[in-house]
Design a binder for this molecule. Structure first.
Ligand SMILES: [Zn+2]
Ligand SMILES: [Zn+2]
Length: 266
């Protein structure tokens, strides 16, 4: 619009038209101007009303259709013969019309500008609020991540502790299993020796070794089955073996079961 003023062109005053005037324009006594399209449609009906200010335009010269770029012949003749004061009066009124239009346009531009500035401020405020709420959200999320990381570290630590303990228990189990196996072997040997009324020298050596092993093992929590009356127990087992109950002996041993449950405990 500012460019159009620099180009020395007025704009149609019809609401929301604002097209640049050229060719013919409709000028009113209430100092408004319209493009040829809006002027011809608005002022064809009577009584004529100004679409910009609603003034009644009933006078003969209240509405004039003017050629904006008049011919040289017209310019030479239109004011010819008039007294200088009349010529100047006509010029002054024409200039007043022009300056009124420019002023109106400036008012309109200023109004548009202030409205745009208001909208801009509103948008800026909204954007700032959104940014602040996002910032808050982000901060709380970061806090959440930090606490989750801590929880995860704690779980990792607990897991490594538990797996360490499991390994320790496994080691204990292996030790006990070894102990149990050696005791079983000794008792088998002892049982065989007792059945034999005259033990051979080689068997005696084995018995001695087993006895030594049992003495070594006794302080280390030997299974309950063997801790009480070992001679009777060993006799019992050797009888089982003689009856062909070896599978029962191997798989249903309470010591073994104890060992299993011991491992599976959390
Ligand atoms: Zn128009
Ligand atoms: Zn008007």
């Amino acid at each position: 619009m500012a460019m159009s003023l620099c180009d020395d062109t007025l704009l149609c005053n019809f609401p929301k038209c604002r097209s640049r005037l050229s060719g013919f324009a409709w000028v009113t006594a209430c100092s408004h101007v319209f493009c040829d399209q809006h002027g011809s449609s608005e002022f064809s009906r009577s009584p004529a009303i100004c679409p910009a200010c609603s003034s009644a335009l009933s006078g003969k010269l209240d509405i004039v259709r003017t050629e904006l770029s008049p011919s040289e012949e017209y310019k030479a003749m239109v004011l010819a013969g008039l007294r200088p004061d009349v010529v100047l009066d006509i010029c002054a009124r024409a200039l007043a019309f022009w300056s009124y239009q420019v002023h109106q346009e400036r008012m309109y531009q200023e109004y548009s500008l202030s409205r745009a500035e208001g909208q801009l401020k509103q948008m800026d405020k909204l954007l700032t609020q959104q940014n602040q709420s996002r910032e808050l959200e982000l901060t709380s999320m970061r806090g959440e991540i930090t606490s989750l990381k801590k929880v995860m570290e704690e779980y990792k630590r607990k897991y490594s502790e538990v797996s360490e303990r499991l390994m320790e228990r496994n080691r204990q189990y292996q030790k006990l299993q070894g102990l149990y196996d050696s005791l079983r072997l000794r008792n088998m040997v002892v049982g065989v020796g007792e059945r034999d009324s005259q033990p051979q020298s080689g068997q005696q050596d084995l018995n001695n070794a087993a006895a030594a092993a049992s003495q070594q093992a006794t302080p280390l929590r030997s299974p309950q089955l063997f801790s009480r009356r070992p001679d009777a127990q060993s006799r019992f087992f050797s009888c089982l073996e003689a009856d062909g109950a070896k599978p029962f002996f191997q798989f249903r041993s309470p010591a073994r079961d104890r060992g299993r449950s011991f491992v599976s405990k959390p």
